[in-house]
Design a protein around this ligand. Structure first.
Ligand SMILES: [Zn+2]
Length: 289
């Protein structure tokens, strides 16, 4: 081949390679995972606010959809091509499908298996976001603090006491997905930043003498939209939350449940279980909590 023809041929090959790489990235897209609980929504203060039998449940259910849609909007403004929403409260049937931004897809209803509030996550996601989250059982100055259910006093893995947002972040970390943003009360924001580092966050309310003081739903939604957009844009600076295995859990409960196979009772109300697979640890937690 003559030099000029050779140069042109090389250029054509390089352009073709660049186009292929670019379309591969576009095909992969930018997927964002949203896990949405209720206790940390704007204005929520008692269990009846987030219980289907409570007098104001319909109102807070609409606020849940509003904060979720704000997060979806923020994700799309940051370039998301696909948003999965996991309803993460109680029966997981709080978000009404017709109330959600139609660009998102909803994972609704209780699921079997260990992922629970993180069901649907895998390595195809670039970032995870927690909306409406709450602090762990026993946290002072927190609104509706608990861990999974009212029976759990403390749940620790490898010596680290974890809120729901902590072990859910570990599940995301299994797939190298960083948690980039969380909303809830001031207590959960501080707790999650203590575990996960300086993630984006909005404290929509704070506890004052067991009461809830905070933003209007509209203001909370504006802050969540802006915060999620900024956090998803900055996602490459966020680190997935990981712990080296094997994992040893220590669970303290008020009412003892039967021991999961392989678990040991260490004292009344306390059990321990060790396994190299984090999802097996969560199976044991779910069985004994
Ligand atoms: Zn909840």
């Amino acid at each position: 081949m003559k030099p000029l023809a050779q140069t042109i041929a090389t250029a054509v090959v390089l352009i073709a390679l660049a186009v292929t790489a670019s379309s591969a990235r576009q095909a992969a897209g930018l997927k964002v995972f949203l896990s949405v609980d209720m206790e940390g929504l704007a204005g929520v203060v008692t269990g009846s606010d987030v219980s289907p039998t409570g007098p104001d449940y319909a109102h807070f259910r609409a606020i849940m959809a509003g904060e979720t849609n704000a997060a979806i909007e923020g994700a799309f403004l940051a370039g998301a091509t696909d948003v999965l929403v996991r309803d993460s409260h109680g029966s997981k049937q709080n978000l009404l499908p017709g109330a959600l931004d139609p660009r998102a897809r909803l994972l609704r209803g209780a699921s079997t298996g260990p992922k629970n509030m993180m069901e649907g996550i895998d390595a195809s996601f670039a970032a995870a976001v927690f909306i409406g989250y709450h602090a762990k059982a026993g946290t002072p100055n927190a609104i509706l603090e608990h861990t999974s259910n009212g029976n759990v006093q403390d749940f620790a893995i490898n010596g680290v006491s974890l809120p729901e947002g902590g072990y859910n972040a570990l599940v995301a970390g299994l797939y190298n997905v960083p948690v980039v943003f969380a909303s809830g009360d001031r207590a959960v924001v501080e707790q999650l930043r203590g575990l996960l580092g300086p993630i984006g966050a909005v404290a929509v309310k704070e506890e004052i003498a067991d009461a809830s003081f905070g933003m209007s739903p509209k203001q909370a939604q504006d802050e969540i939209r802006k915060g999620v957009e900024a956090a998803v844009r900055a996602r490459t600076a966020a680190r997935p939350y990981k712990m080296p295995g094997p994992y040893t859990m220590v669970l303290r409960v008020r009412q003892e449940r039967p021991l999961h196979p392989g678990a040991t009772r260490t004292r009344p109300g306390e059990s321990t279980f060790t396994h190299p697979d984090l999802l097996e640890i969560l199976n044991a937690f779910n069985a004994m909590k």
